[in-house]
Design a protein around this ligand. Sequence first.
Ligand SMILES: C[S@@+](CC[C@H](N)C(=O)[O-])C[C@H]1O[C@@H](n2cnc3c(N)ncnc32)[C@H](O)[C@@H]1O
Length: 282
Amino acid sequence: MVISQPMVIERLNRKQYEFLCQFIYKETGIVLGDAKVEMVHRRLSKLVKTKGFDSLASYYQYFVAHQQEEKSDLVNALTTNLTRFFRESHHFDYLKNHFIPFLLVRNKSTRRIRIWSSACSTGEEPYSIAMLLVSHFGQYLQHWDIKILATDIDTDVLNIAMEGIYPKAAISDIPADLRSKCLRAVGNDSVEMASQVRSLITFKPLNLLERWPMKGPFDVIFCRNVIIYFDKVTQQQLFHRFEQYLSDESLLILGHSESLGGAAALFTNQGKTIFSKQAQDA
Ligand SMILES: C[S@@+](CC[C@H](N)C(=O)[O-])C[C@H]1O[C@@H](n2cnc3c(N)ncnc32)[C@H](O)[C@@H]1O
């Protein structure tokens, strides 16, 4: 009997590793560096196996010769996509109790609300916002023009987000009253987002470092748990661009361990990692 041995993937050498780190940094802003060697090795090993290469070195050579064609698969393999429904629930409480009621008064003349989930991963963040709107502000949805733009650089996670189907185990973070209004069972183990929830969201691929095709302005921008992967210069550039895409007094929401640094002067703190753009004439 022949027992197949698990394939052992040799490590990249330093020069190869540094080339890939530099490539990812230039393409995405993500800083990998020495602290991420194990993670990169693990994720690349998986990619290499999926693609049918017998070693990291042979994939590396192929990659160097086909950078443009391979770019998206490499980026998708090396992004960290961890997310949950209603992650950092105080952000959603603030929207429900303060900011959406405020917008319903402030934007009365246009009846328009625009929300951007700018690193949406597999969709839990924008669906949480949409479920909140459907469940608590449903009476406005017919007469108001309310839309959520959800973007991410990783096309694999966007495909999952667009499907809108999640394992039952993932929904424990969704408040019970929202579950009955917003989810439909699919077989025994999965749920899908109701069409009213889906209809509020447009999913698009977007690299935060590149040109943004939309005009804005937005009333709320979620940029949570992504800038931690960027260096300070990239973070500051991004905060200044977000500020340009917000109307006065509109919100920028960051992740729990993220802060504005020097760009804090452009915003007013409204709560834990919730910031509003200062009015121009303030
Ligand atoms: C940890 S997830 C955060 C998901 C969600 N915002 C949350 O807080 O739960 C980070 C996401 O940022 C995305 N990302 C990383 N670099 C990006 C870039 N340059 N442009 C757009 N998205 C990026 C990744 O693909 C990943 O899905």
